[in-house]
Structure formats: C-alpha cells, structure tokens
Design a protein around this ligand. Structure first.
Ligand code: CDP
Length: 782
C-alpha cells in the first residue's frame, strides 16, 4: 500500500535526491577536501611477501626538497602506534618494524608538500630485507614444518588462528550413519576484492591549539571508528570528529581501519598541519580488506530425495593479520547459516583459520560476514545432490525447502529465520523463465551438439546485524539510531548513525518519514557521516541500514506523530482519541473538515502548546533489533558454452527477490542489478591470486577484471513480498542479496551444461581456460 502521490512514502519510486549533486560532479569526496597548509602522505609498501627487515635508511628521502617528514615503524613505536588492534581482536602492524608479512604491507611513509614529491621520495628509502619463504595457502601454512608468520605474538607457535564449530556434531554423525547416500563437494571461494570506485583515504587535521582531531575519512562506520581512534591513540573521544563525506562505494572495504589513516593522523598531530592520504588503485587492491578465500568441504546426507544432514569443514585464509570484519562471538562470521533455504534437521560446521603471507581482510564484501560463502556452498551442493539422486534441481529444491508454515524457523545451527516463502519465489522465477520449455530446448540443443545450461540458486540471507545481545563489532553492540527534528515550518532534518556509500539513504529514509509523518521526502534532509552531528551508530554494511536505522526512523517518526496528536487535540479542541490520522493530517472523527496538517502542528509545537507540554518536535531513538531479517529469493541463469574456446555466454538472468516491504522499488531494483553484476564478476572473471613467492597477481584493473557494461548480462527482475514480522515497516535488507545469491546461479548454469557428462565442479572464476579444460576432460571440447 503506497501513500498518496503527493506524499510519496513507502512504495513510491522517488528519484534519488542525492543524484542531483552526484551526477553533476558536485559531490564532496575525501579527495575533494583541501585545507590550508595541507601536506600529503604516501606509503612505501613491501615488495616481498615475507621478509625480515634488517634496516631502513630514510636519510636520502628526508633530504629531498619538499619532504617534510619520513615516518617509520620505529617512530610510530615511540608513540605506541607501531601496531593497532584489528576488528577480530588481533594486532596488525601500522608500519612494519620486525618483518613484512605480505606483499604491499606498509613499511614507511613520506609526508611532503605535494603528493608527487612524496611519491618520488619513497624511491629514496632504502630498506634492507632478508627474504623468507612465503606461505600462500592455509594448507601450506598449517603444515607442521611451516615457518611461523606471526612470530611477533607471544605463544604463537604455528599459523593456526582459531577453531570454531557450530551445530550438533553427534546428531549430524547419526544422520550420516543412517543415510542412503552421501554427496560431497570440495570447493574454494576465491579471494576477491570489493574494489570500490573510490579508493580509501583521509585528511587528518589535528588543531594544535585545541587538540581537536577532525578526520575526513572514507569510513562506512564513522562512530565506531571514532571510538577505535580514541582507544588506540589515547585521544579523548570528544576531541575526535570523524567526517565521512560522500563515499564512492564501500562494499565492506571501508569498514576496517587502515595504516594510512593512523599514520596520517599521527603525522598531523606531530606536524601541527592537515595531512592527506589518498590511496592509489594498486594500494587498494593489494593491501586493503579483501573478501572470501574459503576452502570448503561440504557433505550432504540424503534419505531418498530428502536432505537429512549437512557436514562442513572449511579452512579460511585470513592473511597475515586476523582482521576479518565480523561479530566477536562468531569466528567464522555468519557461515553458520549454511543450511540455507532448506529444512535440514542436523548440521555441523567446523572452521579453522590460518595466517598466510597475504593481505589481511576478510571483510563483509556486500555480504553479512561470510554468509556469501555459506550460500555458495549449499546452493552448489544442492545441485550436485539433485544430479546424484536423479531429480531435477528445481524439483529437488521444492521437496526440501522450509515450508511457509514452519516460520519462525530455527535452523540446525541456531538461526531464527523470521519469515519466508521459498517455493513461491522459486515458482515465480521458473514461470518467468519458462523452465519446462527451456529444459526441452536444452535437450534438443544437446542433440545438435550445443551446450545450454540452466542454473538456479534459492538463497536465504541473514541481514541487519544486531540484535545487540548477540552481535557486536569490537565489543560495540550492533544497534542503530535516528534523530528527527521537525522545524516550525514543517521541514525536517533526520540524522542517522549509519553512513551510506551510494545506496540512496537520503531518499529512502526521507520516504520513511514521509510515510509515518506525512512530510514529503523533499522536505526531509537526511544527514549521515559526521560524528559531531549524528547520533551514535554502527554504520552501513551487511545490509543493516534499513533493518536497524530504517526501523529507528519509523519508531522516532511515530513518537513525533504521537506528540503531534496531542498538539492537534489542543488545537482542534478535541480529545486525542477522537482524532483520526491520514498521512500528513489529523482530523476529528466524523468531521473530516476539522483537521490540522503536520505542517500546522509543527508550527504549533513551537507556538501554540497545551500547558505543561515541552516545546519542540524532535527526538532520537536507538533501535536494537529483536532479530536479523532474512531476505531470500531465486536466481535463475541460462548460459551457452562455446565448445571450441570454453567461453560461456549468459543468455538470461531471472531474479526474484523478496526483501519484505520495499521502501523505494526503483532503488531496490538498482541494488539488485548491481549485486547481480558483482556476482557475475566473481563467478566469471575476478581473481586475486598469488605466485609461489607471494607476489600478488591482480593488483590492477588490467589483471583484476571487473565486468563492464559490455560483459554485464541483461537482468529480468521480479518480486514476492513476505514482510518481516518484527521490523516496524515489514522491511528486510536487500543491498547484498544479489551478490550473495547469484554466484552460485551462474556457476550452477555452467555446470548444468556439462552435468550429463559427469562434470560436478569448476572453480570460480570460471574463466574460459578452466571451462575448456572441463570440456576436454568430459570429451566435449571441439
Ligand atoms: O545497509 P545498506 O544501505 O547497504 O542496505 P539496505 O538496508 O539493504 O538498503 C539498500 C538501499 O535499498 C537503501 O536505500 C534502502 O533504504 C533501500 N531499501 C528499500 O527501499 N526497501 C527495502 N526493503 C530494503 C532496502
């Protein structure tokens, strides 16, 4: 149900307010910030993946005209800042002092009057390295004779980081013992990179007179970052102001704190001048929060055509510092959601983390803390199982889905799914695709020597982290906040604890206020990203903004509406309970002409109050969600393989999403299309890999391929709507659904083209050489 066209609350495809400045080049990004006397910082990175540092000679660099300072780990150590804590409770070198542990690690920095001089000076720093053997896989790192990467940590005598389990081991073993058949899959979800359009950067401005540090920063979580800065640097928190101006994409990459931020802030503190650090593309790709890199072994126990148990063992490659962005209690993030959309009575997951000589990261790249890897594994396993049982993959899913009447549903690994109707979403996708006809077409094509494949993924997501009791980041509970202030003329300012990076919050959150208070979106200014002027929140990632800050906005708007009712009662000389609300206006029941608009009541809040009422119309609400939200959907992909080259072409992509109530359908569709594109990139071409010496291959956009508009398939979208029962608007998050759900659909489609020849797996990215090798092995290559 949409509000009237003139109010345009929920359900209206309101044009994005922020685009007026963004598409005209009038945005204000970190690199646009220019302060008087500002200096520039550039970072020297290690050419080795693993090497001891014998000495660093900075004299030539320091002597270069225009250079103001050269910063080393030793200097940082003098201020207690050579190391910093990570999001997973480990420590990470800010500037290396003892060893370098991955190629691209930060070794030193130069501060100069301009960025070019700073870059030139980097070449004059002489570092004497003693190379050490590099370990680039968890298997190699966990071998008993492997050199210890983290010899800086007391008591660390191997490269093992953690062991984590979830589910019921005994019940799972019993079910496997009773099974008719066991189906397994070994697969690696490769390391990939969020690769936002804008790299990371900051301008740190510590005022020598007041001591106040103002840091303009590419931050998806400015409040949490302020707290971390206070804890790490020992600065009083009220003396730190983090401003996240416009952000050119984040996708999880801008959640961690990076050495560049810390060194720039320290340099500004020491030099008494603003210092800018603007990362370049290679720096971003080789040193900042990568994603995935999970080696997974999954087994499904089957009784007839029913899945009765799931067993998973996996190793995660965490790089040189355990810096995964995830709630403290969940060492492998939300991988526990691995039973997906299926009613699997027993499950057990074991995860082990390993240090390797790669960049740290493990960020939630458009995903809720490892749910992507989980979703990929189960959707690939389900298709494998369907082939082995001899049931069509769509039919096999239908027989195993959690049924609508089972919600709320507790999964075997302890997640409480809020609502869902998986069969309805899949049926809609199949109908839209013309599934049965396509299967006939596929069989006919095969007879003519053409290879068509149809891949499905019926994903379930878990988004909206908190609730605070169970979910935290570095101990900070994952609630979020909204502060709403309505001015006397009925115009409003909404301030939020989250921080968008292009998702359209300035429009959608204004629509929530419009829905609840009747103030049109253009009269609501949405502000985010300045810690001095917004209420505390945990930031934007993991599709949490709508489930948390969206809910907070609805609740605070309703509270103000309650006050407006009192004001209306006073103004209209009626009892509050005799008033009726229609969006934007209270009127006396039975007398629609006797009413007062929200704008009139806003003025009344400052001018015509009942005795004893506090003036003003404003408030703040901190929302701790009772549960996560569980969006879901079915993605269906049709491909054709070239038997001569292994290239595969996407013929169709049908995507049915259910994110509960959609606030802005157009923005939701934009989010889904972006996610489907990223999913395609991961499935088809994106790869950061390493040679034996730990050299990073994939450090620029010539090697690390992203889909352009040329490769991006056409998407056919549809929806079902199953509201979240616990969210005040019935909305679920959606931002990451398609990145999470779609890689399995693309891969399943390619495998489906080859399944009749016994092919069950090709590792992502499915580049044509790998597909051609599979074709050749199956005797299908031309
Ligand atoms: O946290 P993030 O903004 O990345 O993710 P989200 O909460 O899923 O929202 C992404 C965008 O889609 C925002 O502009 C939302 O307000 C919008 N959205 C919507 O209009 N309706 C939904 N049910 C979910 C999100």
């Amino acid at each position: 149900m949409a509000t009237q066209p003139e109010i345009r609350g929920i359900g209206h495809s309101v044009e994005r307010k922020e685009d007026a400045r963004l598409i005209r080049g009038k945005g204000n990004f970190v690199d646009d910030v220019k302060l008087p006397g500002m200096l520039h910082l550039e970072v020297l990175r290690s050419p080795f993946a693993h090497a001891r540092i014998r000495s660093i000679d900075t004299s030539a660099a320091a002597a270069l005209p225009g250079v103001v300072a050269v910063v080393t780990g030793e200097l940082m150590a003098e201020h207690g800042l050579a190391w910093m804590p990570t999001l997973s409770g480990d420590t990470q070198a800010v500037l290396a002092t003892d060893k370098v542990r991955f190629q691209g690690q930060e070794v030193a920095a130069v501060v100069a009057e301009d960025p070019y001089t700073a870059k030139d000076a980097l070449e004059l720093i002489a570092v004497d390295y003693e190379p050490l053997p590099a370990l680039t896989s968890p298997q190699a790192a966990l071998a008993s004779d492997a050199p210890v990467i983290r010899d800086d940590k007391e008591g660390q005598d191997s490269n093992h980081i953690y062991h984590w389990e979830s589910g019921d081991r005994e019940a799972t073993e019993r079910a496997f013992g009773d099974a008719d058949r066991v189906v397994s899959l070994d697969t690696h979800y490769p390391r990939c990179h969020p690769a936002p359009l804008e790299c990371c950067g900051c301008v740190a401005d510590v005022n020598p007179a007041t001591g106040k540090a103002t840091i303009y920063m590419t931050s998806q979580a400015p409040h949490a970052h302020r707290t971390l800065f206070a804890m790490v640097a020992g600065l009083p928190e009220h003396q730190i102001r983090i401003i996240s101006p416009d952000i050119g994409g984040g996708f999880g990459n801008k959640v961690p704190i990076y050495p560049g931020y810390v060194v720039a802030t320290a340099a500004s503190l020491l030099l008494g001048k603003p210092v800018k650090w603007a990362e370049d593309r290679s720096g971003n790709l080789i040193s900042t929060g990568f994603a995935r890199d999970y080696h997974m072994h999954g087994e499904l126990a089957l009784k007839g055509d029913r899945m009765v148990a799931l067993r998973v063992k996996m190793q995660s490659d965490n790089g040189a510092f355990f810096a995964d962005a995830q709630p403290s209690k969940l060492r492998a993030g939300l991988f526990g959601i691995v039973t997906g959309s299926y009613d699997i009575p027993a499950a057990h997951v074991e995860a082990d983390g390993a240090y390797t000589n790669k960049a740290p990261g493990g960020v939630a790249y458009r995903c809720s803390f490892r749910v992507t890897e989980a979703s990929y594994l189960i959707e690939r396993l389900v298709q494998t199982a369907a082939y082995e049982v001899g049931v069509d993959p769509a039919e096999f899913r239908l027989r195993n889905f959690i049924a609508p009447e089972q919600f709320p549903y507790r999964s075997a690994t302890g997640f409480d799914y809020d609502s869902g109707d998986y069969a309805a979403a899949m049926q809609l996708a199949l109908d839209k695709l013309g599934y049965e006809d396509l299967r006939r077409e596929q069989a006919e094509a095969r007879e003519q020597g053409r290879l068509l494949g149809i891949g499905l993924a019926s994903f379930t997501e878990v988004v909206g982290a908190g609730k605070g009791k169970d979910y935290d980041i570095v101990g900070l509970r994952m609630f979020d906040s909204a502060e709403l202030r309505v001015h006397p003329t009925g115009k409003a300012v909404l301030k939020l604890g989250v921080r968008h990076q292009g998702q359209g919050h300035e429009t959608t959150f204004a629509q929530i206020v419009a829905e609840e208070l009747g103030i049109p979106p253009e009269d609501v200014d949405v502000q985010e990203g300045d810690t001095d002027h917004t209420p505390y929140g945990l930031g934007t990632y993991a599709s949490r903004s709508t489930p948390t800050a969206g809910a907070a906005t609805a609740v605070i708007s309703r509270k103000l509406r309650d006050k407006a009712r009192e004001l209306a009662a006073h103004k209209l000389e009626a009892a509050p309970e005799d008033l009726e609300w229609e969006p934007g206006r209270f009127f006396v029941k039975g007398s629609p002409d006797r009413g007062a608009t929200i704008q009139e009541l806003s003025l009344a809040a400052y001018s015509d109050l009942p005795d004893g009422m506090e003036p003003g119309l404003e408030g703040v609400h901190y929302y701790d969600p009772p549960n996560m939200t569980y969006p879901f959907g079915t993605y269906a992909v049709v491909v054709e393989l070239d038997r001569g080259t292994g290239a595969w072409k996407v013929l169709r992509v049908v995507a049915v999403d259910d994110c509960g109530v959609r606030i802005n359908p157009m923005i939701v569709e934009g989010q889904i299309m972006g996610g489907l594109t990223e999913g395609y990139g991961i499935a088809a071409m994106e790869l950061i890999t390493f040679d034996e010496e730990g050299n990073c291959i994939g450090s620029n956009f010539m090697d690390y391929l992203l889909p352009t508009s040329w490769e991006t398939p056409k998407f056919e979208l549809d929806q079902t709507v199953t509201p979240s029962p616990h969210h005040p608007l019935g909305a679920k998050g959606v931002g990451e659904s398609a990145t999470v759900g779609s890689p399995a659909a693309y891969v399943n489609a390619v495998i489906d083209a080859l399944a009749h020849a016994g092919v069950r797996n090709i590792e992502m990215p499915l580049t044509s050489d790998k597909v051609w090798a599979a074709l050749a092995e199956a005797g299908l290559a031309e």
